[in-house]
Design a protein around this ligand. Sequence first.
Ligand SMILES: [Zn+2]
Length: 125
Amino acid sequence: MVKKDHRSYTCQAIVVSCMDFRLRKHLIDWASKILTKGGYDRVAVAGGVKNFGLLVDQVALSVKLHNVNEAYLINHEDCGAYGEEGTFEKHKEDLLLAKDILTQKFPKLKVVPLYLKLNGEFVKV
Ligand SMILES: [Zn+2]
C-alpha cells in the first residue's frame, strides 16, 4: 500500500548498533533484506547496548513517536567500547539483559538481540 499524498510518521522498527564504521555496509545490506515493511529508526552509539540508559530513552521515543513494533539490538565482534572484556559471552549477557528490560517496559515490542561478526554474519543470541 503506497500513500502518495500523505506522509506516514510510523515505521516498522528501531535498530540499535555500535557507531563503528566497519558495520555500516553490513547493517545496510541486512536491513534491506529484513526491514522491508516501512522503514526504521537508527541509533548508533559506541558499544551498542553497553550504553543502556541512552538506549532505553531512544527506544521509548521511537515507540512513542513512530509506533515501532520491533527493536533490533546489535552488538558486534571486536568492539572497541568493550575492549578486552568483549567476548561473545559478555555481549550475549548484555544483549539478553537489555532484551529482558525492554520487553518488560514495552510488552508489545518484539525485541531481537543479534551479534554481528566483522565478516557480515549476524548471529542470534
Ligand atoms: Zn563497537
